[in-house]
Design a protein around this ligand. Structure first.
Ligand code: GLY
Length: 575
C-alpha cells in the first residue's frame, strides 16, 4: 500500500513560506496532513522526501535488505533534499538484526580538520564570531557521509555502492520536479546562497530567478560527483577530483579542510547507548552524540512515575517531563563530548541507580528553577535542517538513520564544480565554554574544539525492541529538540498507547535546562498551560519541532509507517 503527499493549497504554502522565513520566531505550523499510518507486511520506508522513499522501497521490493534501502535513500535524499540530505555532512546509523540479535551503530559524524584550534571562532575581544562558526568555509567539518554509508553497506548490505547510487545519479542527471517546500526553502535562504557564486549557480536559475513549483531541477555537477563515488568507492570522494575540488574551495574561502583530512577520515562502528523502559529495550546513538545517553536517562527518570495514569500532555505529565529534561540537559553540558577524546560517563548517565538518585530532587508539585540545577554526579554510578529516515525489511532488519549538514543548507557554500553543500557542523563544538551554540545549547571543556575530534551531536536514531523483536524505529531532525522529540514518540506509544501516526502527530514539548522555559508546539490546551504557569513554569509556544519518521512493527509482524506531517514532502511507503 502506498501513500503520497496530498499537496496543500497555495495559501497554506504561502503561510509555510512566511513561517519558515521567520524560523524560530514563527508561529507553529503543520505542513501536511496525515491521520493514519501506512501498512505493509514485507517492508516499510519512511523518509522526508517521497522520491527517496520510492527509490528505497523499490530496493526492498526487489529483495534488498534494510541497509541496501537505507543507503539508497540516503543518496537519493542528497539529490532531492540538498538542504539537509547530504554528502557534505555526516550522521549516525543504527542497524538492528533480529537474526543476529545485534544492534550496532555507525558513526559518520564530521571531524574537526587538523588545522582547527580551540579558539578559532573567537574574535580579537574573545567573543564568539557566529558568522565565522556558521556561515564560512571554516564552519565546515570533514564530511563523513560517504564513508559511513560505504561502511554500512560493506558490512551489512547486499548491493554494491554503484547499485545504491544509481537512482541518485539518475535524479541528479535527469532532474526532478520542484515542490513548493523545495522552492520556498531556497527563497528563504536566497540572500545567503547568493553570496557564493557556486551556490547561486546550483540553487538559482541562470538569470538569478527562482525555481518555482513544477520546474525541473537538474544537478549535473552533483551527478558527476556521485558517479566518481560509484566508480571508485569512498576514494572517489576522499581522493582524486572531488577531494581536489573541496580543497580548492577551502583555499578560495580560507577554510581548513586539507587533502590529508579527507584521506584520513574514518567512519566508526560503535556500541549503541542502551537502556530499558517499562520492559522495552531502548537502543540509541552513543557519543559523540548525546542523544542516546539522554533519551535513556530521561526515560529512567520518568519510569518511576505513573505517566500513563497522569495522561498524555496533561500538566502533571509535562511538569515531570520538564523536570527530567532539565537534569539531562544540565548533564549534557558538563559531561558529553567525543568519547575518543574525553571520558564520557555513559554507563553512569544511563544507569537506573543514577536516575533514582536524581529523582530525589524531582517533586510532583515543585518546580526547580534551572539556575538551581547543577550537573549531577553520574561518575559515582559508573561500573565500567538534519533529516531522519527509518527502514524495515522482511528479514528482521531495521535501520534508523539521522544525518545532517547542521543548518538548512549548512554553511550555504556549494563546493564549486562538485555540486554539493558543505556542513557548518563546527558550530556544534563549544566555541567558548558558557556561550550557547545555535540551538542555545551550552557546552564545556569536554566539547572544546580539537583537531580530528567529532563535535557533540543531539542526533538520536533509535530502535526500541520488545522481547527480542524490533518494535519501534524512529528519529528526528531538530537540533537540541531531537532528543525530546524522539523521547515523546517513545512515550506516546509505550505510556499513552497512541497509534504510531497519532504519536508522531501529537503536539510536543521541550525543556533544555537553559533557557528555563518549557517550549511547546501549537495544540497544548490553554488549561494545561495555565496549570503549568501557576505551578511556576515559564511556557512558550514556538514553531513546530522536529520531523520524526517512524515505523512500528506490531506483534503480528504488521509494519506501520508514520511520516511526520511537519514536513510536507515526507512519506511512508510499504508493501
Ligand atoms: N547539528 C545538530 C546535531 O548534530 O545535533
Amino acid at each position: 500500500m502506498r501513500t503520497r503527499l496530498v499537496t496543500p493549497n497555495c495559501l497554506l504554502w504561502l503561510l509555510v513560506s512566511v513561517c519558515f522565513s521567520l524560523q524560530l520566531k514563527a508561529a507553529p505550523i503543520i505542513e501536511g496532513e496525515r491521520s493514519s499510518p501506512v501498512q505493509g507486511d514485507k517492508g516499510m520506508v519512511v523518509t522526508s522526501h517521497f522520491l527517496a522513499t520510492e527509490e528505497a522501497l523499490k530496493v526492498l521490493q526487489k529483495g534488498g535488505n534494510a541497509v541496501d534501502a537505507a543507503v539508497t535513500a540516503a543518496f537519493a535524499l542528497a539529490v532531492t533534499q540538498p538542504r539537509s540530505g547530504n554528502i557534505g555532512g555526516g550522521g549516525f546509523m543504527l542497524i538492528s538484526s533480529e537474526q543476529k540479535q545485534e544492534v550496532v551503530a555507525i558513526d559518520y559524524r564530521e571531524t574537526a580538520p587538523a588545522a582547527a584550534s580551540r579558539d578559532m571562532f573567537l574574535d580579537a575581544e574573545g567573543k564568539v564570531d557566529k558568522m565565522l562558526s556558521r556561515f564560512s568555509h571554516k564552519a565546515a567539518g570533514v564530511p563523513g557521509t560517504v564513508a559511513g554509508l560505504a561502511l554500512a553497506l560493506g558490512q551489512y548490505g547486499t548491493l554494491t555502492l554503484a547499485e545504491t547510487l544509481a537512482p541518485a545519479i539518475r535524479l541528479a542527471e535527469e532532474g526532478f520536479i520542484v515542490t513548493p517546500r523545495f522552492s520556498n526553502g531556497i527563497k528563504q535562504r536566497a540572500d545567503r546562497l547568493r553570496q557564493w557564486p557556486s551556490s547561486a549557480a546550483v540553487f538559482l536559475k541562470k538569470d538569478g530567478g527562482f525555481y518555482e513549483p513544477g520546474d525541473r531541477f537538474v544537478q549535473p555537477d552533483l551527478a558527476k560527483t556521485l558517479k566518481r563515488i560509484a566508480e571508485r568507492g569512498p576514494d572517489g570522494f576522499y581522493k582524486g577530483e572531488t577531494a581536489e575540488l573541496i580543497v580548492a574551495e577551502m583555499q578560495r574561502g580560507g577554510g581548513l579542510i586539507s587533502h590529508a583530512d579527507l584521506a584520513g577520515y574514518q567512519a566508526k562502528m560503535r556500541k549503541p547507548a542502551a537502556g530499558t523502559y517499562r520492559g522495552y529495550d531502548i537502543y540509541s546513538m552513543s557519543p559523540p552524540s548525546s542523544g542516546g545517553a539522554h533519551i535513556v536517562q530521561i526515560l529512567n527518570l520518568l519510569e518511576s512515575h505513573p505517566i500513563g495514569y497522569l495522561g498524555h500532555n496533561s500538566a502533571a505529565t509535562i511538569h515531570l517531563m520538564a523536570e527530567a529534561m532539565k537534569r539531562a540537559y544540565a548533564d549534557r553540558a558538563e559531561y558529553l563530548g567525543d568519547s575518543d577524546f574525553v571520558e564520557v560517563p555513559l554507563a553512569g548517565i544511563t544507569s537506573k541507580s543514577y536516575a533514582a538518585e536524581l529523582n530525589k530532587q524531582i517533586s510532583r508539585n515543585h518546580v526547580t528553577p534551572s539556575p538551581a540545577i547543577k550537573p549531577g554526579k553520574p561518575l559515582a554510578f559508573e561500573s565500567d535542517e538534519t533529516t531522519h529516515f527509518s527502514v524495515v525489511d522482511q528479514y528482521g532488519n531495521a535501520v534508523s538513520n539521522t544525518y545532517t549538514i547542521n543548518f538548512s543548507y549548512g554553511n550555504h557554500i556549494v563546493v564549486e564544480g562538485a555540486g554539493f553543500l558543505l556542513n557548518n557542523e563546527m558550530d556544534d563544538f563549544s566555541a567558548k565554554p558558557g556561550v550557547p551554540n545555535a540551538y542555545g545549547l551550552l557546552g564545556g571543556e569536554t566539547n572544546k574544539i580539537e583537531p580530528g575530534k567529532r563535535m557533540l551531536s543531539s542526533m538520536s536514531p533509535t530502535i526500541v525492541k520488545r522481547k527480542g523483536k524490533n518494535f519501534l524505529v524512529t528519529g528526528s531532525p531538530g537540533g537540541s529538540r531531537i532528543i525530546t522529540t524522539t523521547l515523546q514518540v517513545i512515550m506516546n506509544v509505550i505510556d499513552h498507547g497512541l497509534n504510531i501516526q497519532a504519536a508522531v502527530n501529537a503536539p510536543r514539548i521541550h525543556h533544555q535546562w537553559l533557557p528555563d522555559e518549557i517550549r511547546i508546539e501549537q495544540g497544548i490546551s490553554p488549561d494545561t498551560i495555565a496549570l503549568l504557569e501557576r505551578q511556576g513554569h515559564v511556557v512558550k509556544q514556538k514553531s513546530a519541532m522536529g520531523a520524526i519518521q517512524s515505523i512500528l512493527i506490531d506483534p503480528d509482524g504488521r509494519m506501520l509507517g508514520a511520516a511526520d506531517p511537519r514536513r510536507s514532502t515526507s512519506s511512508a511507503m510499504g508493501f
